[in-house]
Design a protein around this ligand. Sequence first.
Ligand code: UDP
Length: 248
Amino acid sequence: MSRKAQAVKLLDEQGRRVDGRLPDEMRPLKIEVGKLKNADGSAYVELGNNKVIAAVYGPREVVPRHEALPDRALLRCRYSMLPFSVAERKSPQPTRREIEISKVVREALAPAIFLEEYPRTAIDVYIHVIEADGGTRTASIIAAATALADAGVAMRDLVAAVAIGKIGEVLVVDINGLEDQYGDGDMPIAMMPQLGEVTLLQADGVFKPEEIKRALEMASKHIRYIHSVQVRALKETYAKVEEGEVVG
Ligand code: UDP
């Protein structure tokens, strides 16, 4: 374990983490669907202390028109962290990090969408991080995929994501802000849960081949759970629609 990780005691003598979790334990996950009335689809996600909202508009006319693609929809994603979402105020200007996360979120979602069903249209996904505590890109992917399904966009599968971290030699699931800052590795993984296909794999830190294999196994187990929460949230919303209650 690095000296930094030891100094903040990321793992105690019982093998528990700073927030009391075991290595293979996720933070509590809550998903609500259809909160935004003006969006075609939306989802609000709480993952531990992270609070993220995703809104989907489209498929709709592409503006500017020259960006339209003749054979498929143009998928645009914008991830932004609100200035008060972190302890030290963040400038509202898009940072390099936000531009990078917007790109990886789009690439994580695109394989799941039947983009070819919607030629010459745009599907816009806006993601706002209201509070951040490590793992906002994975919470954003969970929110965005659920919002796309809420918008009725044709999809092969949902997409769910979780980050596997490393504290010394120990792999831990769903790292929080402190673990991200002082830990020894961060590997965000997104998958189409039913198809079992990985759509995003990033790694910060050094992972041995054996650790990558274990990280993927660990992630895929938790991604199956996250998928069940996404499906439950979507079903609950549409059960209310069937009962005549107006939602979203
Ligand atoms: N963070 C911050 N200020 C920033 C950017 C990030 O405090 O300007 C924190 C925030 O809690 C975030 C964490 O650092 O969740 C880890 O950021 P990273 O770039 O690893 O992305 P994430 O883990 O959120 O996907």
